[in-house]
Design a binder for this molecule. Sequence first.
Ligand code: DGT
Ligand code: CA
Ligand code: CA
Ligand code: ZN
Length: 594
Amino acid sequence: MPSASPRLQNSDFARIFDDIATLLQARGDSVFKTRAYSRAADAIGNLQFELASAPEDQLRALPGFGDAIVSKVQELAETGSLQFFEKLKAEMPSGILEITKVPGIGPKTAMRAAEELGIDSREALKASIESGEFEKLPRISKKVAQNILRHLESRISQGERIPIGDVLPEAERVMAALNDAITGIRNLTYAGSLRRHRETIGDIDMLCSADDPAAVMDAFTTLPTVKDVMSKGDTKSMVVMDSGLQFDLRVVPDASFAATLLYFTGSKEHGIRLRDRANRRGLSLNEYGAKNIETDEIEEFSSEEEIYRRLDLPYIAPELREDSGELEAAEAGELPVLITVDDVKGDLHSHTDWTDGRFPMEEMVKAAQDAGFEYLAITDHSKSAVVASGLSVKKLAEHNEAVRNLDAKLDGIGLLTGTEMDILADGSLDYPDEALAELDVVLGSIHSSMDQDGPTMTARIIAAMESEHLDVVAHLTTRLIGRRAPVELDFDAICRAAVETGTFLEINASTARLDLKDTHIRRAIELGVMFSIGTDSHRIHQFADLRYGVGMARRGWCPPNRVVNTLPHADFLKLISTPKADRYAFMEKYDHQP
Ligand code: DGT
Ligand code: CA
Ligand code: CA
Ligand code: ZN
């Protein structure tokens, strides 16, 4: 069971009183009685103090807080639960509260749906509307039913997609909380689009095995961050967290865990191809496991690797499972060796409080070192980046000196001087050549005139790449996930110019950007491009965002030898002291074997 419940928040009191009002109304109690609870819930919503620790006279002073409400607040504050509420819930059909949260369904309708049609979850409601049964209830027309269905679909399956940077940390917190809350849980992991590292996530599909599935379901649906339990079953539950993210958790037997993990990791298209392949080998793959078609016996696999092997295939990493050629490549023995987080030795993109970063250089450097980087380029903004307090030429010289002085004092991490320099609207550079010649790493970025047409933008970027000093084009398309569209440009032409000029293209790992994205990376690899991966850290914790950039790179079929900052510090310094025209050849000749 979950650890001792933390002190109830005002929002918990409000939700409980709202639920009581709903249940009383569903049961047919007097409006007078139900209203007392809704009014209390409303009043709580506006409070400026904590209900759980408020003295009794403060409670009594609140509008509508008579004996019944005050004693319930006290019981909740003291024990964390409320007998009256628990009893009420137990008397009513299950699922009522869940169903009344669907827009368009009031307590009375929810009660009838439960009693007459046995509807006890959003999914059951959906099925009943789809079968036409639901509209037979009094006061429910076909139109009303279809409207409810629309709401249901928008919440259950088609909800807004959330950027992976907002999802992965929460998934990790939920897994940690579950592991803390209960013992005897095994193999707890996430599957679905999150495991495939898509840039946005619909919902989070989690999986585990356990000796006592019911206890896992109890712990999961009562985690303190759960806002809404959409369904709770013996081995599968679905909840919405306070953040609005939807989590599913399934408990499966150890014997079928690997097959179920494979199924729920998807993608659906990859799964369908695998299932066909399995059928031809006498094996049936589905969400429950792997079964021998002739004997009907469950075939046990201890890992996904074993299942792929049973299908005469090498292991295919989750990031590749999109049915975009990975099965053909696997069959032909041509899957790429994918880059990993550990392969990346240095970070070439970071900011400090010299410009728009939030921390002093010393703290950023320490954080980079703690995150495991062997070297770090400090790339504050250039003079035209006025909103980011870009550095004048004079300030840049002081910045270089600060970087070198700090580097001289430190062990265990090497610092590189650098800039993230604006590529101006006409393709010219924001610093003179003499200033750029002083720097170890020059990133070039589009931060202005983003609305240029494709040919103008393409020519602008290619002109900048022709400079001997511009090492890397950072976040090429400037898109912000869900917030800003990419600029227009001829991507192939830019890739060809990158190869010709010896310029690297950045895979920006910042969770807001992920730019280049997977499809760009894959195309760029075909065209021979070499990359750098940069975290673009403005805060100390952002060095950990490297994993999102690596995830994108893996989805783009990127091997480590295409990424220049997989080189150890000394070799990276050799690379950047080579003329640009020879750098691609340097990388191609470089022996990546450890
Ligand atoms: P999302 O949630 O939209 O970001 O994307 P996914 O890939 O996580 O999709 P989701 O949550 O609908 O389903 C999780 C996985 O379950 C999916 O990647 C593959 C598997 N799956 C779901 N529906 C089907 C299906 O109809 N057939 C097969 N073969 N697999 C399915
Ligand atoms: Ca999903
Ligand atoms: Ca799902
Ligand atoms: Zn930056």
